[in-house]
Write a protein that binds this ligand. Structure first.
Ligand code: HDD
Length: 709
């Protein structure tokens, strides 16, 4: 669906490449009209197929090559088009057009992904989510290739292949798919203490988002902003979702993976098709260069965040995703993000993880896309004009004119010509460096425990419980006692009682100490003493911004509400509730004992969205059961409706019923907990709406855990 009002330069550019097959004759790839695509050319109807059959050969040849290698990481992804708008110029900090021109609507293409799983794996894996934004700016393409967590597992790109090899399915049996819960991952993590911070984020609810539209995004590295005088500031990039940050529970994640493994992909697609465009605000943490060393951690260390309480996030603009791709392969699969794609006004720092990424992404596109001309694929084409002397090679799509492809030249009048800094030519920031060449790690990167502990301290009790459950589940899936033991010691560096609870669940003890794995983690040449993980420090008691308990709870837009109905339901109550929910942009779905239509007590037909046989409670945010004895009796006669209610209750969701609908509650686990604050019997829809906006009633968690479904 296209929103013509917001059509961007990139949309217009892409339209030139779109091909509409409506009312068109089938042809070969040479434009020859085809009269039979069902039968090969044979010597007699029962005879051998002839080599002459160019139609067969073309069709099979194409099919044989339809797949390209999936991304080594972030293979599973979903994407959308949109735009970025600036609220106010920040020319004081950056000269980038995107940060100074409030009249611009910069086109973007955003791809979200999981990291570990293959292309067809479940959306609901416990994992980091990729959050990659391609800004097609007038001065060239800028890619902000981030994640939904503000820190990364490792500090140096040199360790990335080790990290990825450890989390991917084990090399002997290719098990498990899209899961970190296995020995090789924990072997690596427990030997590499710098991973602890990102790891606890993955163990938290951030690892299982409710929706891609309900996640934060982070550029992670400290970058630089450069103003027109050439002055630099350090910067961290944040994306803040308008819908708040919300997650599902692990029990739901596991079940959603079975019920709808495309849950996140579908959710993003459906929201955009429904005109409910997801939005994020872009925020910056800006740090003067003079303050580089004023923190208790190193700004170049990508395993550290800057608490927002120490450097506030300045909101400067918003991003809206308003168009689904026309073609998954052409756009979502072929899009190539490169952290090295920057524009004047933005620059890198010496973060050793970022520095390695600058090589990796360009390199990987060669094996994925097959040609270094991948920037000419429509989705990757800049909207800024391209005039380069780097031309030949596989799949050149343009016809560069003229006699020269080098610089300097006189035969083409010196064209394409160079631009000065003032004319928009990119100039790398002239950082002063005076150092020895050395293969090592800065001692300032050795604090591995303070920030995971800060994160844990900042969580609400229900979030802490989820973290404990996640550690217990993940380590429970490991087979080697020494790996689990090392992990327990590491968790104890975050919090003793957390480690104790996990150990109890594993039937183990937290070890007093372990053999420090530093030689393996840092390198045999490193000075072992310098690289011992430091004792944890408390430089901030809590950072409330890190907790999802402090996110937005002011909207139910796009929330999926299941109405459980059968023939004879009470239309009046149904309509009152439906109208109230839809006025707040929630999505009402009718679930009935069968597909087709249901007839209400006023004999009107209503379209059923799903029969109870084909759907599951975990796919919805809340449930409503209207009255009507006949309808309620029909629901009670199918045990899956009771399971539906029990599961919603277990997952701490809001449930509302009217009149006889209460009988369904009585037949379920809710019967004994009707005084729960997110259970509504004959109440005003407004109360129900407020509870849905709260996402979950976590106060119910203790009781809910014991509900058997
Ligand atoms: Fe990476 C893909 C995010 C470190 C090497 N990465 C990739 C994608 C995201 C990230 C979102 C998917 C892009 C898409 O949708 O196509 N990666 C990150 C972040 C990192 C990070 C936030 C740390 C802050 N990555 C990282 C390192 C290396 C790579 C240190 C290698 C040294 N990443 C890759 C890659 C991928 C990739 C192999 C796979 C497909 C691709 O690049 O295009 O080059």
């Amino acid at each position: 669906m296209k929103d013509k009002k917001t059509t961007t330069e990139k949309d217009k550019q892409l339209e030139q490449y779109e091909v509409d097959y409506k009312d068109k004759a089938l042809t070969t790839r040479q434009g020859l009209k085809v009269n039979d695509t069902n039968n090969s050319l044979k010597a007699g109807v029962r005879g051998a197929t002839l080599l002459e059959d160019f139609l067969l050969r073309e069709k099979i040849h194409n099919f044989d090559h339809e797949r390209i290698p999936e991304r080594i990481v972030h293979a599973r992804g979903s994407a959308a088009h949109g735009y970025f708008e600036l609220y106010e110029s920040i020319e004081e900090y950056s000269k980038a057009g995107i940060f100074t021109d409030t009249a611009r609507k910069t086109p973007v293409f955003v791809r979200f992904s999981t990291v570990a799983g293959s292309k067809g794996s479940t959306d609901l894996a416990r994992d980091v989510r990729g959050f990659a934004v391609k800004f097609y700016t007038e001065e060239g393409t800028w890619d902000l290739v981030g994640n939904n967590m503000p820190v990364f597992f490792i500090q140096d790109a040199m360790k990335f292949p080790d990290l990825v090899h450890s989390v991917k399915p084990e090399p002997n049996n290719e098990i498990p798919q899209a899961a970190s819960a296995h020995d090789t991952f924990y072997d690596f993590v427990s030997l590499t203490t710098e991973t602890l911070h990102n790891h606890i984020w993955v163990m938290s609810d951030r690892g299982i988002p409710r929706s891609l539209r309900m996640m934060e995004g982070f550029g992670i590295h400290t970058f630089r902003l450069i103003n027109k005088k050439g002055k630099a500031h350090f910067v961290k990039f944040h994306w803040k979702p308008k819908l708040g940050v919300h997650s599902v529970t692990w029990d739901e994640a596991v079940k959603i993976s079975g019920a709808d493994s495309d849950f996140h992909r579908r959710d993003l697609w459906d929201a955009i098709e429904a005109g409910q465009y997801p939005e994020w605000e872009l925020g910056l943490q800006i740090i003067p260069e003079e303050d580089e060393h004023k923190f208790d951690f190193d700004l170049l260390d990508p395993t550290k965040l800057i608490p927002e309480e120490m450097v506030p996030v300045k909101i400067i603009g918003k991003m809206v995703l308003n168009r689904n791709p026309e073609n998954f392969f052409a756009e979502t699969e072929q899009v190539a993000f490169l952290p090295g794609n920057i524009v004047p006004g933005i620059d890198f720092t010496n973060d050793p993880l970022l520095q390695g990424r600058l090589f990796s992404y360009r390199d990987t596109q060669l094996s994925r896309l097959g040609s270094h001309n991948f920037h000419q694929i429509p989705i990757n084409r800049p909207v800024a004009a391209v005039h380069t002397n780097q031309r030949d090679g596989h799949m050149q799509m343009e016809i560069p004119k003229g006699q020269t492809a080098y610089f300097p030249n006189s035969l083409s009048g010196g064209c394409p010509y160079l631009s000065t800094f003032e004319e928009g030519g990119f100039e790398s920031y002239q950082e002063r460096i005076d150092a020895n060449k050395i293969r090592s790690r800065s001692e300032s990167f050795s604090d591995h425990f303070s920030q995971p502990a800060l994160f844990y301290r900042s969580l609400a009790p229900w979030e802490k419980k989820h973290v404990m459950n996640a550690y217990s589940f993940e380590l429970g899936k490991c087979n080697h006692e020494h790996i689990k033991s090392r992990m327990l010691w590491l968790i104890a560096q975050i919090d003793d009682s957390l480690a104790k609870e996990v150990a109890d669940n594993l039937g183990m003890k937290v070890p007093d100490d372990i053999e420090r794995p530093i030689n393996q983690a840092i390198g045999a040449n490193a000075n072992v003493e310098d690289h011992q993980p430091k004792e944890k420090k408390i430089y901030l008691e809590e950072s409330p911004e890190l907790s999802q308990a402090n996110t937005k709870f002011d909207t139910i837009a796009t929330r999926q509400i299941a109405f459980l109905v059968a023939n004879g339901f009470n239309l009046k109550a149904f309509n009152t509730m439906k109208k109230a929910l839809e006025a707040e942009n929630a999505m009402v779905k009718l679930i009935a004992p069968f597909g087709g239509t249901v007839v209400c007590d006023e004999k009107k037909e209503h379209k059923v969205n799903a029969s109870i046989m084909t759907t599951e409670s975990v796919l919805f945010d809340a449930i409503y059961v209207p009255g009507g004895k006949k309808s309620v009796d029909a629901l009670l006669s199918k045990s899956k409706f009771i399971k539906f209610i029990n599961e919603a209750f277990k997952h701490c969701k809001a449930i509302a019923v009217d009149d006889e609908g209460e009988d369904v509650l009585d037949a379920s686990a809710v019967g004994e907990h009707k005084d729960d604050k997110a259970i509504f019997i004959n109440k005003n829809p407004k109360d129900f709406i407020k509870a849905i906006a709260q996402h979950r009633n976590w106060d119910r968690m203790e009781i809910a855990e014991d509900v058997a479904v």
